[in-house]
Design a protein around this ligand. Sequence first.
Ligand code: GLU
Length: 476
Amino acid sequence: MSIPQEPSFRESVDMMFNRAVALMDLPPGLEEKIRVCNATYTVRFGVRLRGQIQTFTGYRSVHSEHMEPVKGGIRFSLGVNQDEVEALAALMTYKCALVEAPFGGSKGGLCIDPRQYDEHELEQITRRFAYELIKRDLINPSQNVPAPDMGTGEREMAWIVDQYARMNTTDINAKACVTGKPLNAGGIAGRVEATGRGVQYALREFFRDPEGMEKAALTGTLDGKRVVVQGLGNVGYHAAKFLSEEDGCKIVGIIERDGALVDVKGLNVEAVRQWTINHGGVAGYPDGTFVENGAKVLEEDCDILIPAALEGVINMGNAANIKAPLIIEAANGPVTAGADTILREKGCVIIPDMYANAGGVTVSYFEWVKNLSHIRFGRMQRRQEESRHQLVVDELERLSGDSGIGWQLSPNFKDRYLRGADELELVRSGLDDTMRIAYQSMRQVWHERDDVEDLRTAAYLVSIDKVASSYKAKGL
Ligand code: GLU
């Protein structure tokens, strides 16, 4: 079957933006100012590899500078092009505004298949790309702060921060030029898991919203819910792992590059992940059934569908066949504007990308603050907190002993209560709080305004309103 004409990714984002903005009363011209991308830089550079010069094309797009620095990942993929980075940069603007991370939106990409290069080659390419961006202040702690995205991770961020430090030897804030770094290179605990963790927190908050649940025709808790996840990369893996191990969800389908696995009894996420690392795909995995046409599994009967891979995977060609009553967009832009309309008409609830995957940039924000403050979270308070808790425990023990009323502390109360929060606990707490507050801000608009049918429009309304206020405050 041929797929009906779809708009490009950027047009899709613009269409969703326009739908929301039509319900707002913005001053003339401001709507256009917010929608358009401020600037996109294209660079072509050569790297000498395997005895010849290879030319690469990279982009860094800045969507909105209503707040600076601007923020957003750098992706390494063959699908990278100007339209894509501009769409992703726009989503970063709305995402940061929604979760109150004080950044404008940006995104970068390098058109490359990273699996075709060894580590040393990738380092040369990454450093050269970083050099091109650094010298134009497109990587800079106070102007533009990249992070990992598809095809990049801690390793690439470590190369980038080192490259920046070499070129800016006296910048005391050099480490804040990029986030998602390894812990030993200025990173923060919990950044790797952050986006997947955020997906889990978002779902938990959705399940605490009775009106939202009713709109999705779902009942009960996350326990036992059947989940299909597309993409077992950093985001999909962590989301599926936490949901199955901590919330009792059953992962009934996992879609990967080479096909999919289905098992109504639930798949073991950790085991499948190990298998894909060792075998390059899910084919041959001993449990569950292998389905060669992986995309078909998006249409499987389940309660929650988590697209955590590419944009545009749910489109006008398959939207009508999607059975999940709830989709949570762990990837950026997995549902096209056309598919969004079809799904909305079917009553499917979509938790939109700009909220669902905002956990990554939220923890990036914490990392950036940590780098600028030059101190690990919890370092000052942890032991002080413990000693105050110790006072309470001592007093409770004295009272139960003296009064003879037979009180006894439950077995692991002391251990749990005495332990002061370390960085990881603080990061998770900050992330949970952020996801809850952002959901509540969308929820209010969604349930209280008659002209707002869906969470995506609600998310756009909240975030555009914030961006507009900061433009207005600046007197633009
Ligand atoms: N690439 C991630 C995203 O799309 C993280 C961005 C960041 O941390 O700046 O949200």
